[in-house]
Design a protein around this ligand. Sequence first.
Ligand SMILES: N[C@@H](CCC(=O)N[C@@H](CS)C(=O)NCC(=O)O)C(=O)O
Length: 215
Amino acid sequence: MSITLWGRLSSANVQKAVWALEELELPYEHVPLGGPFGGTDTLHYLAMNPNGLVPTLRDGELTIWESHAIVRYLSAEYGSGLLFPMEARDRAVVDQWTDWTATTFQPAWIALFWQQVRTPAEQHNRQAIDKAMAETVRCFHFLDDRLGDAPYLGGAQLTYADIAAGVAMFRWSTMPIERPALPNVEAWHARLEERAAFRKAVNVSYAELVGRLKF
Ligand SMILES: N[C@@H](CCC(=O)N[C@@H](CS)C(=O)NCC(=O)O)C(=O)O
């Protein structure tokens, strides 16, 4: 087994792969790429990932891109039940929250991050910030309801659904915004903070992204 991960560590999507690799205690080589490092438009990289974004993961002969596909693969191949429920019924719940994150939650909080943090202050658009904030808060209330029923999104244990959604937490909790009280989300975040893999992957400075709309 020889795993390589390409992607800048300030990318939330790369952070999912790093978190899964660290959680599963897998050895891997990391190649910084994208953002200030560039390199996503080279023929070599596009041959691996024709989508031209990060992350990309190679494991032996297998090359995959799309962060959730990577996290699901690592969990299924190396998790032995960790992060990846073996029962289809349990996995369906995990996939439900992972897909909701991909289609609804992440687009909302990423839009807020772009409007609030990546857009230079002098170009801020109050209406766009308020709209992104309202949708993000709606999603967080939805998460808060779920996390009132179970400690993790998939149920009793950490799964790849928590990885997909949990990468939002460093930015959400440090962005200069007014956050509503979300007691169950805050308790979940505190549980995630207890994990070395979460802290290493997610609590990463985004200073290189502030006021930068490129990449
Ligand atoms: N749906 C893709 C999205 C990948 C994506 O948008 N990656 C961003 C970083 S988060 C990217 O590559 N941006 C260009 C760059 O960093 O150069 C995934 O989940 O992997």
